[in-house]
Design a protein around this ligand. Structure first.
Ligand code: ADP
Length: 308
């Protein structure tokens, strides 16, 4: 195989209560990428459409992740790799734009090398790409992009990712206001310390959410979607946040929260019809803010990145 074309999905990190640990994979929102073997050695980004991103290998998360993989490949290569990125997920949207590129690059190169690395190793390489923009090799977006479904980062040293079950009828409506929030900046505003009482509620919700996925309990899942620690700081940068959350809930959503570091807001729903109804009502209320936005409905993607 000389070339591979892939769909690299968007992802929701944090999922309310699971800051830096939980994530899930989207099905209808994502980038496309082509990764190709070339005679020219090294990693070269040769095409980017849809956004103005750096072509320099070490300044693009796709390039950094690819280099992290090749550094651990123990055979000498007499060829290199070309990467083309077709962006649909806007950087700074909170739906894992950089993660889609980092995860896609390592997925593609691993396939072209006949899969020498495991999925857990690919997550580690992709997280090195994320380090370029988040200042930390964060894995909560790249893990669901590579594994699909819901994932939980059990630990970083060593990196251990758990794949959680997905409920069949789980859909999500995503509102993406067209303002950019950089992950690094929205991390900087967070408190160093947390209140113990809040922490108790938070870890109870994380446990309950994981239990809900295992027992297919939609109501428990919805009632666990609370974030007392991070959301109060970040939501103030998202115009209309409280109203969107309230409207979604009143329209039958299981629960809503900030996707990653924002500004996107997710609302989980049981069934596609319910998700479409929530989409229509959020669409109506958000028009009144005057802020341009996109709104999508997606099923949870069980497989992650796919070859197209
Ligand atoms: P998101 O959560 O949407 O990925 P981030 O703030 O984490 O947003 O990442 C966006 C930043 O990453 C931007 O500054 C962008 O220039 C940089 N970046 C570098 N390479 C890429 C890439 N291939 N795709 C998206 N963003 C990239």
């Amino acid at each position: 195989m000389k070339e591979i074309k892939i769909f690299s999905p968007g992802t929701i990190a944090n999922v309310s209560c699971g800051f830096d640990t939980l994530g899930c994979c989207l099905d209808t929102i994502g980038d496309e990428m082509i990764i190709r073997k070339t005679d020219k050695k090294g990693v070269h980004i040769t095409k980017i459409t849809g956004d103005d991103l750096p072509y320099e290998t070490r300044k693009n998360v796709a390039g950094v992740a690819a280099l992290a993989l090749l550094e651990k490949y123990d055979q000498a290569l007499d060829f290199g790799f070309e990467i083309e990125i077709f962006k649909n997920i806007k950087p700074g949207s909170g739906i894992g734009s950089s993660a889609a590129s980092a995860a896609g690059a390592v997925f593609g190169i691993n396939k072209l090398l006949n899969e020498p690395f495991t999925a857990q190793e690919l997550i580690l390489f992709a997280s090195k790409g994320e380090e370029l923009v988040s200042n930390y090799p964060i894995a909560d977006n790249v893990a669901p992009a590579l594994l699909g479904g819901f994932t939980l980062v059990k630990g970083y040293d060593p990196l251990k990712i758990l794949k959680l079950p997905v409920m069949d009828d789980l859909y999500v409506t995503i509102l993406h206001p067209q303002i950019e929030i950089k992950t690094a900046e929205s991390r900087a505003i967070l408190p160093e310390k947390v209140n113990l009482k809040d922490a108790v509620k938070q870890w109870a919700n994380v446990g309950a959410l994981v239990h809900a996925l295992h027992t297919e309990d939609y109501n428990l899942f919805g009632s666990s979607l609370h974030d007392l620690i991070v959301e109060p700081y970040r939501s103030q940068f998202i115009p209309g946040f409280d109203q969107v959350v309230k409207t979604a809930k009143n329209s039958g959503a299981l629960g809503s929260g900030i996707s990653g570091s924002g500004p996107s807001i997710f609302s989980f729903c049981k069934g596609m019809q319910q998700a479409e109804a929530v989409k229509n009502i959020i669409n109506e209320i958000y028009k009144k803010t005057g802020i341009p936005f996109h709104i999508y409905v997606s099923k949870i993607n069980r497989k992650g990145i796919r070859i197209i």
